[in-house]
Design a protein around this ligand. Structure first.
Ligand SMILES: NC(=O)c1ccc[n+]([C@@H]2O[C@H](COP(=O)([O-])OP(=O)(O)OC[C@H]3O[C@@H](n4cnc5c(N)ncnc54)[C@H](OP(=O)(O)O)[C@@H]3O)[C@@H](O)[C@H]2O)c1
Length: 243
């Protein structure tokens, strides 16, 4: 069956791994025929992920979009609907973090983080949910973080944005349960991705890898429709690696 799946931040890190996991599922799961809508700001990243997805036999389409811009969100959703007719799954993965001590954080750090992690995630969810509500089915994933529940010293603005995303998750559940839409909050601890920049080998060796997150996400999607995996909490075996 054709399944239209939008993945934001699909060019790198966790989003890229989720795109590839869905593409590989097209080979493993009989009858699963995904149309992957890969979205982020950097076209070259998207082109290379799309090529990998297509090599697994999945259909992959790319959209250059900055989710901080509501006009670009509208273009992403309306073009997807024009081309493919529906949206079955949204993976709200695009997110940013600027990690500094409290006194060094600036107004620009605040506005940049909130415009993507909160404003972008909210307006994309609102728009896609209206499609799912009307057809009375769908699945929305939020890749929040353990920082949606636990504070870390150099992550004050990031934590605010992630606690805020968790607020949106809880609000969406109230709407979603009456129209058969599944909501999954994915809360990873430290995952080795470009978001971290340069990481010493000693730290890298204890971090999770993006595929440790993508596998349970795709497994949650394949649960019977009557069952909603509400939360996935994934941590390095040694626990959290920063404070
Ligand atoms: N890595 C971790 O340890 C970790 C742990 C818990 C949660 N998370 C969360 O997981 C998600 C993915 O993180 P990651 O580590 O994979 O980060 P990453 O490697 O930096 O990748 C982030 C992706 O999001 C895209 N993106 C950023 N801003 C965007 C925007 N305004 N519009 C559209 N796309 C945008 C980026 O592409 P462009 O820059 O090209 O747009 C990139 O493809 C984030 O929400 C993050 O908070 C990460």
């Amino acid at each position: 069956m054709k399944q239209v799946i939008i993945i934001t931040g699909a060019g790198k890190g966790i989003g890229k791994a989720i795109a590839l996991e869905f593409a590989q599922a097209a080979v493993k799961q009989k009858g699963f025929d995904p149309i992957l809508i890969l979205a982020s700001r950097t076209v070259s990243d998207l082109e290379s992920v799309a090529a990998e997805c297509r090599s697994c036999g999945a259909v992959a389409d790319i959209f250059q979009v900055d989710i901080a811009d509501t006009a670009q969100i509208e273009r992403l959703v309306s073009t997807t609907l024009e081309r493919y007719g529906t949206i079955d799954c949204l993976v709200n993965n695009a997110g940013v973090g600027r990690f500094k001590p409290l006194a060094e954080l600036t107004e620009d750090d605040f506005d940049y983080t909130m415009s993507i992690n909160l404003k972008g995630t909210f307006f994309l969810t609102q728009r896609v949910f209206s499609v799912m509500e009307e057809k009375r089915s769908g699945h929305i994933f939020f890749i929040t973080s353990i920082a949606a529940e636990t504070a870390f010293k150099s992550s004050s603005i990031y934590c605010m944005s992630k606690f805020g995303q968790k607020g949106l998750v809880e609000a969406m559940r109230l709407y979603a349960k009456s129209c058969n839409v599944r909501i999954t909050n994915v809360m990873p601890g430290a995952v080795y991705t470009p978001m971290w920049g340069e990481v010493p080998e000693t730290i890298k060796s204890v971090m999770m890898m993006p595929e440790d997150i993508s596998l349970p996400v795709v497994n949650a999607y394949f649960m019977p429709e009557r069952t909603s995996v509400e939360e996935l909490v994934l941590r390095p075996i040694c626990g959290d690696i920063n404070e």
